[in-house]
Design a protein around this ligand. Structure first.
Ligand code: S5P
Length: 258
């Protein structure tokens, strides 16, 4: 059985600045709910962020699906994040060589390094990918989330690959905020934030491989820290009250394991 420290205690163990910020934020705001806002219009995303901002610790974007993306979208999203006190993480799942991801992170239309507090990374190309992020991360005080496991059926991020991803994180704890995973493995330690997608109350999965668990299960039984909820919230008729339900279950599951 895993022994769990509080987010407050883990503030002092974290070395990545975004991890420190997120542990503090979760402890003070009393929420470990992240929402995946996979909507394709700027106005819909901003309206949802405003509606649920008070309930969440993180808002996750897929910026490359936004049809009317512009700089004003980022400016407005950042001001909503500041007002409601949550961090923004861009789920870009970078996976190339260091030199290429540096371009992808710092350049192009989206300029992700200028605004994202965290970004997701697949370590399939090996640990040197992290060197491509170091300059950009430092300037913003941001962090990487390494995909250690995935929620989808038949995922190849398992076993020895997962162990290698944890090792990659530990060797680069300055740059790494945490892991995207389905469970806490002992090697992950207490200095990283563990985030788990594939969460929904009313569904077991979709017809494209997604698999769902409840907040209670992944936090209490599997030892993760943050739940990432997408369609369970943004497709509901009342996203705000649904977000409150996910927040309450995930926070009380967290409190009960302390
Ligand atoms: O293993 C993963 C990793 C991620 S980041 N499985 C996932 O589903 N995700 C992301 O979480 C996915 O890209 C989507 O944005 C979100 C889950 O959305 P939902 O609508 O299925 O809750």
């Amino acid at each position: 059985k895993l022994v769990h420290k509080s987010f407050g205690e883990r503030v002092t163990l974290a070395t990545n600045p975004a991890a420190v910020k997120l542990f503090k934020l979760m402890e003070s705001k009393k929420t470990n709910l992240a929402v995946a806002v996979d909507l394709v219009n700027k106005s819909e995303i901003l309206a949802l962020a405003e509606a649920i901002g008070s309930e969440i610790c993180c808002l996750k974007t897929h910026v490359d699906i936004v049809q009317d993306f512009d700089q004003d979208f980022i400016t407005q999203l950042q001001s909503i994040a500041a007002k409601h006190n949550f961090i923004i993480f861009e789920d870009r799942k970078f996976a190339d060589i260091g030199n290429t991801v540096k371009y992808q992170y710092e350049n192009g239309v989206y300029n992700i390094s200028k605004w994202a507090d965290a970004v997701t990374v697949h370590g399939v190309a090996g640990p040197a990918i992290i060197d491509g992020f170091r300059d950009g991360l430092k300037q913003k005080g941001a962090g990487l989330l390494i995909l250690a496991q995935m929620s989808s059926k038949g995922s190849l991020c398992v076993g020895e690959y997962t162990n290698q991803m944890i090792e990659m994180g530990k060797q680069n704890a300055d740059a790494v905020l945490g892991f995207i995973c389905q469970e806490k493995l002992e090697a992950m330690g207490d200095n990283f934030v563990l985030m788990t997608p594939g969460i929904q109350f009313n569904s077991k999965g979709d017809n494209m491989g997604q698999q769902y668990n409840t907040p209670d299960y992944v936090i209490k039984e599997k030892g993760t820290d943050v739940i990432i909820v997408g369609r369970g919230i943004y497709q509901s008729n009342d996203p705000k009250s649904e977000a409150i339900k996910y927040r309450q279950q995930s926070w009380s599951a967290y409190e009960s394991r302390l």
